[in-house]
Design a protein around this ligand. Sequence first.
Ligand code: GLC
Length: 461
Amino acid sequence: MSGSQMKQNGEHVPKEVSAILDALHLTDEVQHELIAVCQRSFDLGLQPETHEDAAVKMLISHVRLMPNGTERGNYLALDMGGTNFRVLLTKFTSEGIEVAAVEKYHLPHDVRTGTSDQFFDYIADKLDLFIKTHFAKCDSVTFPLGFTFSFPMEQRRLDSADLLIWTKDFAVDGVVGKDVVALLQKAIVKKRLKLRTVALLNDTVGVLMAGAYYDNDCKIGLIVGTGCNAAYVAPLSEVTRWTGDNDEPQQVVIDTECGAFGDDGSLDFMRAEFDFDLDSRTLNKRNQIYEKMFSGKYMGEVARLILIKLAQQGVLFEGEVPDTLQQQWVFTTLFVSEIVEGDSGVQHSQSQRILKSMGVDNPSTVDCKLVYKICCKLTERGAILVAAAIAALLIRVKKSPVCGIGVDGSLYNEFPTFRNTMVKKLEELSPEYKARFLAVDDGSGIGAAVVAATVSGQSNK
Ligand code: GLC
């Protein structure tokens, strides 16, 4: 065994790895600075004079009514925003919400990067399939549809909004600047489906509304999945860009689009070289800087770039960079979570398995231990980043004694270490305002049905 390996097998970590762990570490001071950056960014997005150039857009959703349990009827929900999308048939009764049917459909890469017609026709095809599978007979009435579209939108009305920019590596041509409801409805009509899109909303708004259906104290919606973003209920008096009526309820849900923190350079003080490198390889360069540091689409990719650098430095994999690991996106965030959750003891079976699948012939114990350390550090950093943004939002919402947070997304639901670290960090960072997380299964989709049901009132019994 060589001297350097002996060192690695003991308590010592090679200096190259220590340097990376240090670059990813967020000190207490940085954590508090992060909260301040978030607060400043929220203000810039809300104020009319600074909104245009603001990184965090604080978009007005036009959702004002909260559910109160009197909603009735059947609603279809379409939940689109990642590599899979879902269609749900929901029934609102005096007993609550029943999800009568749900289907998940894959959205292939060529559809996510193709033309507008291909994209919306593909969705309409799947809606057609869903209806044929789950509706006993084709009803003569037109069915109301709530559409969760998890991208930044400039909303004119509840059922009309233009896409501002694609995120999460979507790049469908001809949609930016267009009314997404009009495009979907055109495809629906082409397919002769009896559906009418009555509400369009971001997934954070959906999960907030799903949470609010079960808990009146729910004022924040949080998604920590492929992307990361949050929404909250704001009093109209604080939304100076609001030009609608001032009738009751004098509130509106704001989609913060906080995944774009740092697009103005305000997070550069804490970004590592890998964050810059990752951004330079994405379709939406210099956008979604915060989200690109940890969300489901990206955390694995940051890990991959780190592993490549360490292999090139001769610290990992006997200095060889395996071919598979060279491919962008191949090291997924699911791998990070499997390593963090599975390899905490002395066994490193997850790292072994995953590194072998990356083309590392015989990963050593040292390789596995170092990969584990890096994955843990990336997880901790991501959890702190989310906690800081939520702490900033809790200060704005000022809900006491506790604010409900509707939450959905794979990092929260399927990655316990991430979730637990995030919750613990939030308690530390927000001693004054407390949070209660409400995980609603399929929350972002159910939220679309909740909004559709709230606006339709009792008309669809
Ligand atoms: C990205 C989108 C945002 C969405 C989030 C979570 O940040 O821009 O609209 O809410 O992902 O899906």
